[in-house]
Design a protein around this ligand. Structure first.
Ligand SMILES: Nc1nc2c(ncn2[C@@H]2O[C@H](COP(=O)(O)OP(=O)(O)O)[C@@H](O)[C@H]2O)c(=O)[nH]1
Ligand SMILES: [Mg+2]
Length: 195
């Protein structure tokens, strides 16, 4: 997709704060620091539109973006960051659950996994949790520039096994540094949103 316009719409915690549903949406979910904001910026070719941070655990809201006036991108808060307070961690589940329950035009979910490490228990729990909503899911293995080419197959096998992915579950390797995988992710988004 050629990006002619990309804008930040709003940050929200409760459904009352969500922007109006104007078209199909794709949500991005993953551990804090996995590279969600970097992926969104790379897809949109807008440096700094989604705030990236060297300090993990900072995004505690649901952030909405609009692309070409017709497609929504949703940056969900990251999970799994040990240094946020217990109370804050306890709000992640209900906040995200409410989003999945109420958002009518959520056509696809991109689940980001850091390719360098085996998926964590939280990655596994999140995969199981995502499956129950029966939305198209895409696993994106991030930061692939940080491992060697020869390491890829074994790292991808770890992801496939830990998340119990079958032959039909798509996995795309991605790097925000090199842009590898960008076009394939857009193809998937185009398919699920029919845009
Ligand atoms: N080398 C490399 N670093 C990345 C990549 N994606 C993200 N990062 C870095 O990882 C850190 C966290 O990224 P960010 O996008 O803020 O993660 P988020 O917390 O999931 O939104 C930042 O320092 C990014 O520059 C990538 O593909 N390659
Ligand atoms: Mg972020």
């Amino acid at each position: 997709m050629r990006i002619t316009a990309a804008e930040f719409v709003t940050s929200a915690v409760t459904p009352a704060q969500y922007p109006a549903d104007v078209g199909p949406e794709v949500a991005f979910v993953g551990r804090s620091n996995v590279g969600k904001s970097s992926l969104i910026n790379t897809l949109l070719k807008r440096r700094g539109l989604a705030k990236t941070s060297a300090t993990p655990g900072k995004t505690r809201t649901i952030n909405f973006f609009r692309v070409n006036g017709k497609l929504g991108f949703v940056d969900l808060p990251g999970y799994g960051f040990a240094q946020v307070s217990r109370a804050e961690r306890a709000t992640w589940g209900p906040m995200v659950e409410q989003f999945f329950r109420t958002r009518q035009r959520l056509e696809g979910v991109v689940h980001l996994i850091d390719v360098r490490h085996p998926p964590t228990a939280e990655d596994q729990r999140t995969r199981a949790w995502l499956l129950q909503w029966q939305r198209p899911l895409l696993v994106v293995a991030t930061k692939v520039d940080k491992i060697g080419r020869t390491q890829r197959p074994s790292h991808l096998k770890q992801i496939t096994e830990a998340l119990h992915l079958d032959a039909e579950s798509p996995v795309i390797v991605f790097s925000a540094q090199t842009g590898e995988g960008r076009e394939k992710i857009w193809e998937w988004i185009g398919g699920v949103t029919r845009l």
